[in-house]
Design a protein around this ligand. Structure first.
Ligand SMILES: C[S@@+](CC[C@H](N)C(=O)[O-])C[C@H]1O[C@@H](n2cnc3c(N)ncnc32)[C@H](O)[C@@H]1O
Length: 199
């Protein structure tokens, strides 16, 4: 995935559409719905502070996973060194987690999986990785959101689409719409869902 490595090697922090100072929406949903802290993963962490904010709230260990080493190097630079932060450079579809998590977070990664088989593989991985009773917080472009991001095609979703895709292992707990403002002031419509692992 040289595409993402190239992005992080060439673009400043606020030179990408998905930049946000603070992962406010993610933290609101996690604080409201995810319950007591435990092991967590941020899938496609990029240069987001979410993994660090989770550590601050007592989540541990926190896996910050991204296909780009350059993104993870940034996280290593801004985080306090701790064994509770595990940086994993890998394609999410190749990840073989050693342990389960009680929180799985993904902002703006799943929507890049435009192939149905890849979506199925992602859902199966989430099902086997999130403990029963655990929470999955997922933010994707909404149906009136962009059709591309970073020059790549994306899928767009309503809450019901995501609930249906994950229904074999998860129940819909809550959903939200968000108008994300890019650093250059344009608007991107996001759909968020909070899913509870059943079983
Ligand atoms: C739009 S950015 C979002 C970054 C971060 N979640 C945020 O909210 O700022 C998408 C991120 O997913 C990563 N990514 C894309 N495809 C991936 C994959 N198949 N496996 C792991 N990471 C991936 C990219 O490197 C990038 O950091």
């Amino acid at each position: 995935m040289t595409h993402w490595q190239g992005i992080y090697q060439s673009k400043a922090l606020d030179d990408v559409s998905w930049f946000e100072d603070e992962p406010t929406m993610s933290l609101q949903l996690i604080d409201e719905f995810a319950g007591k802290p435990g092991p967590a993963v941020d899938v496609g962490v990029g240069r987001s502070r979410l993994a660090i904010r989770l550590l601050d709230r007592g989540w541990h260990p926190v896996v910050a996973l991204d296909v780009s080493n350059a993104a993870l190097a940034h996280i290593a630079e801004i985080a306090q060194p701790t064994v509770d932060l595990q940086l994993i450079a890998c394609d999410i579809l190749q990840w073989q987690p050693q342990d389960r998590v009680t929180l799985w977070h993904d902002r703006a990664v799943f929507h890049f999986l435009t192939d149905q088989q890849d979506q199925i593989q992602y859902v199966e991985l989430a099902m086997s990785t999130v403990s029963p009773g655990g929470t999955l917080v997922l933010g994707c472009f909404a149906v009136d959101g962009p059709t591309q991001c970073s020059g790549l095609d994306v899928c767009r979703f309503q809450p019901g689409d995501l609930a249906a895709l994950f229904s074999a292992g998860f129940s819909l707990l809550a959903s939200a719409q968000q108008d994300h403002r890019t650093p250059w002031g344009s608007s991107q419509a996001f759909t968020w869902v909070v899913l509870r692992r059943h079983g």
